[in-house]
Design a protein around this ligand. Structure first.
Ligand SMILES: [Zn+2]
Ligand SMILES: [Zn+2]
Length: 270
């Protein structure tokens, strides 16, 4: 009998991003990253401010994390990584977990790294893939394959990724400006979590925008599901529901895609 394919759950702990949202914490957006749960593994991606608190409020435990991923060395992506990193390794007493991070999250040349060496040393295994590199490892009997994707963002070692897990493909752009070929890197993923932080382009922040980037990213990547993630203050003020309505109307039929703007606590199954 072939093994039944189990569902993969995406759990949004926080959905906001950028320094203003990270430092002002707008409910029900918050920050704190997202989790990927399979039958065997619990993965936390980009635990920004409030991750541990929101997890406690939502009924998740920081110590129930097997793999910690920090895509780049910015506070809105990793300020709670130290707490989760310690908790998931038997509160610092036993090397149990896996860390995957951009090089600068631990080895920033001017010591502005978001993850403390003390915490990085608590893991059973650590990986620091470069942008555009393949990484595969097995942890607790579950195989994970990742291909990191380059970002155009002020963190030279940072990346997004395409992850193959449980026969599912999850794409995450992380923070980036649009560049030629960005969408093609995520072609055909089951879900693309796109850090579309702003409505209109501006010189500030180096992020994807709704006007200008969203449609070309969608057209190039053709995911089954597109998640607008890492919503910045401009999007929050514009109105999540208003934006969701506009994006769904304009693109869902045209590109045969489900468009989704989550709030903190939302879960989707793929
Ligand atoms: Zn960010
Ligand atoms: Zn960033």
């Amino acid at each position: 009998m072939p093994k039944a394919i189990s569902k993969v759950k995406l759990i949004f702990i926080g959905v906001g991003g950028g320094r203003f949202v990270a430092e002002r914490q707008y409910p029900p957006f918050y920050t704190g990253g997202f989790r990927i749960h399979t039958e065997k593994l619990k993965i936390h991606v980009d635990p920004g401010p409030g991750a541990v608190l929101r997890m406690a409020e939502l009924g998740y435990k920081a110590e129930d994390t097997d793999v910690l991923i920090v895509s780049h060395n910015h506070m809105d992506h990793g300020s709670d990584a130290n707490l989760i990193g310690e908790a998931m390794n038997a509160f610092g007493l036993e090397k149990l977990g896996v860390y995957v991070g951009s090089k600068n999250t631990v080895y920033e040349p001017h010591c502005n790294n978001i993850v403390l060496p003390y915490v990085a040393n608590r893991f059973k295994a650590t990986y620091f893939p470069a942008p555009d590199e393949r990484l595969s490892f097995t942890h607790k009997g579950e195989g994970i394959e990742m291909k990191t994707t380059p970002i155009k963002h002020p963190e030279p070692t940072g990346w997004g990724f395409v992850m193959n897990i449980e026969s599912k493909k999850i794409g995450y752009t992380s923070d980036t400006l649009y560049y030629e070929g960005l969408g093609a890197r995520f072609k055909g993923v089951d879900v693309l979590i796109a850090n579309v932080a702003k409505v209109k382009p501006s010189s500030w922040g180096q992020h994807l925008t709704v006007k200008g980037d969203f449609e070309r990213l969608l057209a190039e990547s053709q995911p089954k599901k597109m998640v607008v993630y890492h919503m910045g203050e401009e999007i929050i003020h514009y109105g999540r529901e208003r934006l969701a309505k506009e994006l769904k109307k304009a693109y869902e039929v045209k590109y045969d895609v489900d468009i989704y703007l989550p709030i903190s606590g939302d879960i989707i199954e793929i």
